[in-house]
Design a protein around this ligand. Structure first.
Ligand SMILES: [Fe+2]
Ligand SMILES: [Fe+2]
Length: 462
């Protein structure tokens, strides 16, 4: 056998047709065994391994559809069905049973070869996906780094996914539960949930596709020019900062780590775009505070979004990005001025700092691969629901809802995180400060959600 030849089980009840087909295939180098019907085929398959099965549909004892069912349940090999015009209806059920290829009779020798080639490709694809799935932990992390975790509650079921979906077993191995193109029904998802599964996984390379599919943006992120190692170390560093500096036991663990995973996925995706990666890198280089603050606003905004009605992944993706970049305009402002306590700022210095939201808008606006409303969101993150904010003194209904969410979390993070002017405080204390000083100007819905997240007693609020 050569590299391009396959070991084939040919199942056909017509003796002369079976002989012709077997001869044709052997002539081009395939190894062929034959069976007169489906029953005999299952007996042979139970003992021997094949690369593919080519079978007729109408046969005595066990027909092609029954054989297909048996093969898909017992073996992981492609099945080609030879179909006649009268077998159109059977073809429909064969598709849903997972037939890999159809050979409509009469067919030519080259059609037969095409079917074999198709099956070889399926096998190769499966093999490389399996290798990926069983890959040993890498230096940068574990096999986890190859997969993106999606909360099972957020997974958009009941539609065809153009890529494969996996679950993670307790032994840290990933197992494919749906092939690309297969329908993952709501019912199936519910069954996984009933078994206690909280997450589904997809290959990282597919996550971007998933986002784009959901965002309905036919935008292709340019090919990465940044070194992979640099990107990975960036993402890893972000993860460490989140875990070490932003974690608080006040928030329930599931929500926190789910948001953390989501942020890592979003960072991996946006890091593929050189411009976005460079912006993120600027945040990191600018100051530890601005970097941690941006990650914190992103993280807690994603947590609040999940607790509000914004369940969809695209919305949370936009929210994560708004968190990263709302203060990016500060990169253009002198560090000394930024680090001064507010009461010590001159009127000019305060005015200069207040230009940061316009600067953020201009910077974000230049990156076409970011969501289209991101410039507006970062522009409005210091607007205030009573119309006293900057730069435009907008009223509540004029402010983008995500900007209102970011404003709440931004204020929270200013109290919560240690900064050049404050040692930081617990989440609950930060919420108390907001209720004392900022509650009137912030969006009430998001404020109540924040209070709930940090177990703040609600009686003072209502
Ligand atoms: Fe800001
Ligand atoms: Fe901020």
């Amino acid at each position: 056998m050569t590299e391009h030849s396959s070991k084939v089980l040919l199942v056909e009840d017509d003796d002369s047709f079976r002989d012709i087909l077997a001869t044709l295939m052997r002539r081009v180098g395939h190894e062929v065994d034959v069976a007169q019907d489906g029953k005999i085929a299952t007996n042979i398959l139970a003992i021997h391994d094949y690369d593919l099965v080519i079978s007729d549909i109408k046969m005595p004892n066990l027909d092609g559809i029954e054989l297909l069912k048996w093969v898909k349940a017992e073996k992981d090999i492609p099945v080609v069905l030879m179909t006649g015009f009268s077998e159109i209806l059977e073809t429909q059920s064969a598709i849903s049973l997972g037939a890999d290829y159809f050979l409509p009779k009469p067919f030519k020798e080259e059609d037969l070869e095409k079917a074999v080639e198709h099956c070889q490709k399926i096998k190769e694809k499966k093999k490389s996906e399996e290798q990926l799935a069983s890959q040993e932990p890498e230096e940068e992390g574990s096999a986890d780094s190859l997969y993106c975790k999606i909360s099972i509650d957020d997974f958009i079921a009941g539609r065809k996914m153009p890529f494969s979906i996996y679950v993670k077993l307790p032994n840290e191995k990933f197992v494919k539960i749906a092939y690309g193109g297969e329908d993952l029904s709501v019912d199936r998802i519910r069954k996984y949930k009933d078994k206690g599964m909280k997450h589904l996984y997809m290959l990282f390379s597919d996550f971007q596709l998933y986002l784009e599919m959901n965002l309905k943006i036919a935008r292709v992120i340019p090919k990465a020019k940044i070194l992979k190692a640099k990107k990975l170390s960036f993402i890893k560093h972000a993860g460490e900062v989140i875990q070490e500096k932003l974690y608080t036991a006040e928030v329930d663990k599931d929500s926190f780590f789910e948001a953390k995973d989501f942020l890592s996925n979003a960072l991996k995706v946006v890091s593929e775009d050189e411009d976005i990666f460079n912006l993120l890198d600027i945040l990191k280089q600018h100051s530890d505070y601005l970097y941690a603050h941006s990650l914190a606003v992103s993280l807690y905004s994603v947590i609040l979004a999940k607790k509000s009605q914004w369940h969809s992944i695209p919305n949370r993706y936009r929210i994560a990005l708004a968190g990263f970049f709302h203060d990016i305009g500060k990169k253009e402002i002198d560090r000394e001025i930024l680090d001064k306590p507010r009461p010590q700022l001159s009127r000019e210095e305060r005015a200069l700092i207040e230009t940061h939201s316009i600067r953020s808008q201009e910077i974000v606006n230049q990156i076409k691969s970011l969501p289209p409303d991101l410039p507006q969101i970062v522009y409005q993150h210091h607007e205030d629901c009573h119309g006293y904010g900057y730069p435009l003194k907008l009223k509540k209904e004029q402010i983008h809802p995500i900007a209102r969410l970011i404003a709440v979390v931004d204020t929270f993070c200013n109290y919560f995180l240690p900064s050049p002017h404050s040692p930081g405080m617990t989440g609950k204390e930060a919420v108390e400060q907001i209720m004392r000083f900022d509650r009137e100007r912030l969006d009430r819905t998001f404020l109540l959600l924040l209070a709930k997240t940090f177990h703040y007693e609600m009686k003072d609020v209502d």
